[in-house]
Write a protein that binds this ligand. Sequence first.
Ligand SMILES: [Mn+2]
Length: 323
Amino acid sequence: MTRVEVVGAGFNSAGRGDGVARAPQALRRAGLVAAVSARHDVEDAGDVAFGVPVPERGRSGLLAEEALASMVGGVRRRVAEILAGGGFPLLVGGDCPVLLGALAACRDVHGSAGLLFVDGHEDAWPPAVSTTGEAADCELGLALGVTATGVLPTGVLPGGVLAGGVLAEPGPLLRAEATALLGPRDGAELLAHGVASLRESLWFATDRDLTGRVAEKTADAVATVEGAAARWWLHVDLDVLATDQLAAVDYPQPGGLTWAELTEITATALRRPGCAGWSLAIYNPDLDEDGHEAARIVRYVEDALSCLGPRPQAPAGEGTGRP
Ligand SMILES: [Mn+2]
């Protein structure tokens, strides 16, 4: 049995308190904690507190900059405590920027972090160019340091020190060689807006690349991440699913994965001892009146977690010991 700690981070980077912000509460109501306890010791570690998001674009071009920084700091502290204590964090967003806090925590405790990123979008828009202003369109680019990080408020990229307008110490949260993307399908939209795709710069497989080859591709993605980082994070944006599988997301697109494909990817990741934690983002309970989508998500979590084995402890001296 592994101790799984469920942490909610109901942050909506649109600067609102509804929509995805309500997901942790809705998924608990649908039985998330009990589903985890079917096979693991489970602790509900509650929700991360953060400032009230304001739907105005700041200097970086992002909405709700201050709340974003406080959310990332709160997630970082909570997830780092869980990792340092030998637990497995299941971080429930909110939207994708919760990942920034998780990666920072992983780096704090384990010294560095890789990422298996499962998402219908690449999430690497430069903030000032983003049509929405939502950090949820940008967090992977920010973590990799490929978009304009110099104008972010300190705290959005934890531990980063702004020097001469660029992010200096200790560098990007994430290295491209320790990152793999599974399932993005927004290449045409990025092209139409002149936004650079990550496709050529790291391990990358679209939804179509995965069709009929999920096992082989996922094994290859995991091997790539593990070749560059002993410990790594699994991030799942549920909009990687096709709309006929899950409709309760804010930015649907054609294409996408089936529940069976997503479960296989997730289970493969969770089987690996290097997988340090898991974040789940983007479910919008306001688009799921009868709660049937929440019930399906809970079943997916239960199925995938049945593959989670014991986690190795962080060896003494590994990482920086912060915070
Ligand atoms: Mn996303």
